[in-house]
Design a protein around this ligand. Structure first.
Ligand code: NAD
Length: 259
């Protein structure tokens, strides 16, 4: 790797939501490794502090700010707090999401449905709102990566809220890219496939399958992805190397969507 690639986020300030574990934690670590100063944010304080500790132990710069992304005021404070901590905001990865069990549409529990939409879709909108306001105030552009899913383009039965929310994430990504291209703000999405995180392990445990049984249906590589394999895509999309890319959804799914 040349120096330019190794330092691809040097000087940038990034915020990552849901960065206490799984893909968010890996994203925060990878961003810090590329030179970004990172605000690690999560509803789970202990997990978020552990991510910060890991980044600092590796020589990176990070700070924890607690935020429940489903609370608009906490999201506003997160962006305000990021600027207070590091002076500015250059990139954001809107990663936090939940996947409670859902039922087929006719049996749906609408309280559960509303909660999933609030965390997985509405919160992405609110995060974008305050991030874009900050980018505009700085006047130097910015980059957002929204974390969608293969469920953003391919539905799964029994998951109507998650599927609808993740389809909506692509709509928000495209709308944001159209509205703010003129201000140099790029908005893209990553669509992870089956990635080995606490979320996926939870789904696997309740299905009763093993990785060896399950992975071939979800990956041309017959294995689950590592969180870092998605984080690398987000880091590149946030870097100046992706300066001509906006409104795009980059699948990191080992070819699952090609079948
Ligand atoms: N793991 C996969 O296979 C997979 C596949 C496709 C998409 N995704 C997406 O990737 C992203 C990360 O998933 P993951 O597998 O790492 O999940 P995870 O459940 O392992 O981690 C999610 C993190 O988000 C935090 N969080 C949950 N609700 C929050 C809230 N209201 N406010 C702030 N933080 C909150 C949790 O505390 C946790 O740290 C999500 O958007 C998910 O939908 C995951």
């Amino acid at each position: 790797m040349n120096d330019k690639a190794r330092n691809r986020l040097d000087g940038k300030v990034a915020v990552v939501t849901g960065a206490g574990m799984g893909m968010g934690a890996a994203t925060a670590r990878i961003f810090a490794g590329y030179g970004a100063r990172v605000v690690v944010s999560d509803i789970n304080v202990q997990a978020g502090l552990e991510t910060v500790e890991a980044i600092r132990a590796a020589g990176g710069e990070a700070q924890f700010l607690a935020c429940d992304v489903s609370n608009d005021e906490q999201v506003r404070q997160l962006i305000e707090g990021t600027v207070a901590a590091f002076g500015r905001l250059d990139c954001a990865v809107n990663n936090a999401a939940i996947t409670p069990d859902t039922l087929p549409i006719a049996e749906a529990d609408m309280d559960v449905w509303d909660r999933v939409i609030r965390v997985d879709l509405r919160a992405v909108m609110v995060c974008m709102k305050y991030q874009i306001r900050q980018f505009i105030a700085q006047g130097e552009g910015g980059a957002i990566v929204n974390v969608g899913s293969v469920s953003s383009v391919r539905p799964q039965p029994g998951n109507s809220a998650y599927v609808a929310a993740k389809h909506g994430v692509i709509g928000l990504t495209k709308t944001g890219s159209l509205e703010y291209a003129g201000q140099g703000i790029r908005v893209n999405a990553v669509l992870p496939g089956a990635i080995d995180t606490p979320m996926l392990r939870g789904a696997l445990d309740s299905s009763g399958f093993t990785e060896a049984e399950f992975a071939p249906a979800l990956s041309l590589f017959n294995r689950f992805g590592r969180p870092e394999e998605v984080a690398e895509a987000s880091a590149w999309l946030c870097s100046d190397a992706a300066s001509y890319i906006t409104g795009h959804s980059l699948a990191a799914e080992a070819g699952y969507l090609t079948r």
